[in-house]
Write a protein that binds this ligand. Structure first.
Ligand code: ZN
Length: 235
């Protein structure tokens, strides 16, 4: 039975090693997923900036068209000025031209500030595009290194599983059944050491009688509180 205990301890440590390796793989895969999500978010942002650029450009085109219309009207007024008969009409038209010119001046300032807004959105867009190129490159590198790691870990997992098989083959059916059942319900901790007369799994005190059986080393001993398999740590 002492031998079974050693095999069970070994099995448990191999199982926990496999778990750690699998968790490590999962974390590495999540790193790739995280990077992909970051890139997708940045792409969405770049699309929004592109849309904003188009809409500002449309705004500029519309304002420039308004400016042309105003210019056309002023030329028309200037022609009319030549054929005006009365002073009163002349003054009225001059004032009309003056106010149209003032409107145009406001519109010109407006166009300039809209253009500088377009310029800054354009800069942001270009920066995002540059970022995306870098991110795509680094995603490629990351994926390559994660793939290599996962492959390497798979080999190690397989090796550990083969070791596991050897230990399982060396174990009697009774011990194996108890171990498997407990390992499943106790989160991989089926077998625990007795430390200071306490169960290493649930910390309950071990009775003197249980301790005696344990020291006899002839059968599997279970914790009366948590049912785990107990063993005595060699001093
Ligand atoms: Zn216990």
């Amino acid at each position: 039975m002492i031998e079974s205990i050693e095999v069970l301890k070994r099995l448990q440590s191999l199982k926990s090693k496999i778990n750690e390796l699998e968790e490590c793989q999962e974390r590495r895969k999540q790193d790739v997923q995280k990077k992909k999500t970051q890139i997708e978010d940045k792409k969405t942002l770049a699309e929004k900036k592109h849309e904003e650029k188009r809409s500002i450009q449309k705004e500029i085109d519309r304002k420039e068209l308004d400016l042309k219309t105003d210019e056309g009207e002023i030329s028309k007024y200037n022609v009319q000025l030549n054929s005006i008969k009365t002073n009163k009409e002349y003054t009225a038209l001059c004032s009309e031209i003056g106010s149209k010119k003032a409107d145009m001046s406001i519109l010109e300032d407006d166009i300039l500030s809209t253009m500088s807004r377009l310029e800054s959105v354009n800069e942001e867009y270009n920066k995002l595009q540059e970022d995306l190129r870098c991110e795509d490159e680094s995603l490629k590198d990351l994926t390559k290194s994660v793939d290599a790691d996962v492959k390497e870990t798979n080999i190690e997992i397989e090796k550990t599983q083969n070791d596991q098989k050897k230990y399982i083959d060396a174990l009697d059916e009774y011990s194996l059944n108890h171990y498997n059942r407990l390992s499943n319900i106790k989160g991989g901790k089926a077998i625990v050491a007795v430390v200071d007369n306490m169960c290493g799994g649930c910390s309950m005190k071990i009775t003197a009688q249980t301790l005696n059986v344990l020291m006899g080393g002839k059968e599997l001993v279970f914790c009366q509180s948590c049912s785990r398999i107990l063993y005595l740590e060699e001093k």
